[in-house]
Design a binder for this molecule. Sequence first.
Ligand code: MN
Ligand code: MN
Length: 276
Amino acid sequence: MRDSLAAVSLLGVPYDAHSSFLRGPAGAPTAVRAALDGGSANWCTERGIDLDPVKGAAWRDLGDLDLPEEVEPALTIIREAAADAIAGGGRLVSIGGDHLVTWPLVQAMTGEHDGLTLLHFDAHPDLYDELDGDRYSHACPFARIMEEGKVARLVQFGIRTMTPHQRAQAERFGVEVHEAREGVVSMPSIDGPVYVTIDIDVLDPAFAPGMSHHEPGGWSTRQLLDALAGIARSDAVVVGADIVEINPERDINGLTAMVGAKLVKELLELVGVSSP
Ligand code: MN
Ligand code: MN
């Protein structure tokens, strides 16, 4: 189902000015690139797709965006860069940044694709109307996205921090929430294009200590990879993906950056890169 001819791009989105608790995820693109290119692992995905750029694998690295601290101009730059990358059928994998960056990335996606489904992996539903008076908080992007009414479905996995307010928001927006306490869930069947957004804190902090919000009771790395494999086995056409909330300042031995690098490889395959 995937179109291997579509151009696939990797983009770093180093922005964390509206993180509510700790800064740091702006450093993730640098840390994840270093892990990708660090020599300790090969460039193959788990299914053996060789993504080595030196061998001519069909994806391009757009580097990292140069973003101002001020939020509105930053969001515009992110949205426009993503729109450029996907114009004409291109696919995009992004490394954030905190979860706010998913809002402009999804805006670019809905500009190109009708009927988009978001598959969202996170400890948190990120549905606050505002947090600490900030509507741009990284705790709010899915409220902003759903208010715009341009995505068909928002399906969340791994959630384990629901508040009464966020439960009400989920109901208001018709969000399909699969909480971590429900155990393993299989991927729903989906019509139309899919965007995958991975907040690294969907994982238990034991598997990825380099995150701002250590929320116990999370998924294993294996569970997340199996969920991505489930998407790959389905008929879903994945048009874009992001990984957000890796905080290198809290990482231990580059472990979380390495998880990010592995996820980048799996996501590049998921959006359609094949071996050269
Ligand atoms: Mn999040
Ligand atoms: Mn989170």
